[in-house]
Design a protein around this ligand. Structure first.
Ligand SMILES: Nc1ncnc2c1ncn2[C@@H]1O[C@H](COP(=O)(O)OP(=O)(O)O)[C@@H](O)[C@H]1O
Ligand SMILES: [Mg+2]
Length: 530
């Protein structure tokens, strides 16, 4: 190892797919010598995949790796190490039955030809240099995770790596050991000029250690950010701001809305009592639930589990078999959607173009269509109103454009723009389906404003995060049955995922076990039915 490494690395257009998962989607990034770079992202973001590609543990599907501006082609970790790139795996690849020294020797470039005495002094020198306290005669099996990491770092350094990659190295080590590790990494990068890449999903670690951070999400590189210099007096405000920005990059902007305001819940706007919705295929069970002013009710379930039928029944767009359904204190059984709409119940369908908006009509004509007085349209006024909505809802389009000329996100904005300002009840099918994060967030801002003014919202979504984020209460549908999630704010996306698979159902009574010849019951697998 030289004391003045000066290797620069570049990854260009890296792609890696595992079946349908696009684990690395066109990653372009440069790593400079002397810098500690954090590779940050939540579980599954694609961090390990990218680092395994760089360190030769797996090939990329597409893309190039450049070292000091030259495209380098290598396969396998040994070839990567020969090119100066070494990676510390989450589970170190050492051999348990050997001693620290033997491991160092066998894992070294000279293999078993290296003299024990020379190897031992080299090991001890490197160990001391980085504040490690490795006992060369200890068996690997007796080492702590932190000590195995130290041995692996030293082994890679002895092999001459100038880029050192560590994958989640702080998992399972103590705070003191972490300090030792981080000090060693600072020294390697800042004094000796190595590239140090730290894979982590822990904000504290990257803020503490890294000079810059690269954030991955869903296989995409979301952005890069320089960390505040750690020698400057880091105020807690600076740290908080840095964290907030990193969290936004890791999880997307929607997460900020997680602290969405909750409004005062008022009187029921909609109540269903033993409501049985008619359907040819699905046997709908009686539904009892109510939605109140200021309340957001999320409906979860796999497509076709009954939630869509229920929403349409509430809007009187689906036949009702039996039971009671009241809107704003009056039974809806003998009315239709038009009647409900006039009294403040608005239904917005998921298929924007199929049901909500009309192909061929311009934005202005859409405005006219929902205006109160349709016998005498004041086109000037309608035109003005349309222009102001385009402005207010930041629609990318003009009043004379037909609806199909707009992008999906802009169509959805138009649809939201056509909603009355003060509805009593909004029934929304998949209000943000297929939209980018920014548009989805904007739409929720609009919806919540109406909720704050007293509207009740019932929506369904296949996005569990959206359900957990925005709902006051969640009802799960499964095979025509309904189940209320007890405490939404304590519910995780995982738990909700289980529920939509039907886990809330009581086990269907099993037929009595068949008795075999030997008299031992032949147990069938426990089933949750459905
Ligand atoms: N060998 C593999 N086979 C199939 N899928 C994989 C494999 N390795 C990773 N993946 C998938 O690729 C995605 C990214 O994984 P990974 O790079 O391990 O993420 P991270 O390290 O950021 O947690 C995940 O969806 C993961 O399930
Ligand atoms: Mg990983």
């Amino acid at each position: 190892m030289t004391s003045d490494c000066a290797m620069d690395i570049e990854l260009r257009n890296i792609h890696k797919r595992f079946g349908p998962v696009h684990a690395n989607n066109d990653i372009n990034v440069r790593f400079s010598h002397g810098r500690i770079v954090g590779i940050l992202g939540e579980n599954g973001a694609g961090k390990s995949t990218l680092m395994k590609i760089l360190s030769g543990f797996q090939p990329a599907d597409e893309g190039e790796i450049l070292i000091d501006n030259d495209i380098i082609d290598y396969t396998g970790p040994a070839a990567a190490i020969a090119n100066g790139i070494g990676m510390l795996q989450q589970d170190p690849l050492d051999v348990g039955a050997f001693s620290v020294l033997e491991n160092f020797i066998y894992g070294g470039a000279e293999g078993i030809t290296m003299k024990r005495a020379r190897a031992e002094s080299k090991l001890m020198e490197l160990s001391a240099r980085f504040g490690f306290e490795l006992d060369p005669h200890q068996l690997i099996d007796n080492l702590l995770i932190a000590e195995r990491q130290q041995l692996e770092i030293i082994r890679l350094l002895a092999l001459g790596v100038e880029t050192l990659i560590l994958d989640e190295p702080t998992t399972g080590i103590s705070a003191d050991q972490k300090d030792i590790l981080f000090n060693a990494l600072r020294r390697l990068a800042h004094d000796e000029g190595l590239v140090v890449l730290l894979v982590s999903h822990k904000l504290e670690d990257v803020i503490d250690l890294c000079d810059e951070v690269v954030v991955l999400r869903n296989g995409l590189m979301i952005g890069e950010m320089n960390m505040p210099a750690s020698d400057a007096n880091l105020t807690s405000a600076v740290i908080a701001r840095t964290k907030q920005r990193l969290v936004t990059m890791m999880f997307g902007e929607i997460l900020e809305a997680q602290q969405r305001p909750h409004f005062e819940i008022g009187a029921p706007v909609l109540s269903a009592n033993d409501l049985v919705v008619h359907d040819q295929r699905l046997e709908m069970q009686p539904i009892t639930m109510s939605a109140h002013t200021g309340e957001v009710i999320g409906l979860a379930g796999l497509g076709g589990s009954g939630q869509e039928l229920f929403m349409r029944a509430c809007a009187r767009l689906q036949r009702i078999e039996s039971g009671a359904l009241d809107f704003d204190g009056i039974s809806s059984l003998n009315t239709n959607y038009r009647g409900l709409f006039r009294r403040g119940c608005v239904f917005a369908a998921a298929g924007r173009l199929e049901e909500g908006l009309i192909t061929g009509l311009t934005l202005t004509e859409h405005t006219a269509l929902v205006s109160d007085d349709r016998l005498q349209i004041d086109w000037n006024a309608v035109e003005k109103l349309t222009a102001s909505r385009i402005e207010r809802y930041r629609v990318k389009g003009r009043s004379g454009d037909t609806i199909e000329q707009l992008s999906g996100g802009n169509q959805q904005r138009v649809l939201i723009g056509l909603l009355p300002d003060d509805p009593k009840l909004l029934i929304l099918e998949q209000p943000t389906r297929g939209l980018d994060v920014g548009s989805a967030r904007w739409i929720w801002t609009q919806l919540l404003e109406r909720c704050q003014r007293g509207a009740a919202i019932i929506f369904n979504s296949s996005d569990l995060e959206e359900l957990v984020t925005f709902s006051d209460r969640i009802f799960v549908f499964y095979a025509g049955r309904i189940h209320e999630v007890p405490d939404v704010r304590q519910t995780t996306i995982d738990e909700l995922g289980h529920l939509i698979g039907g886990e809330f159902l009581a086990p269907i009574p099993q037929p009595p076990p068949a008795i075999s010849m030997a008299g031992i019951p032949q147990g069938g697998k426990g089933s949750h039915g459905g």
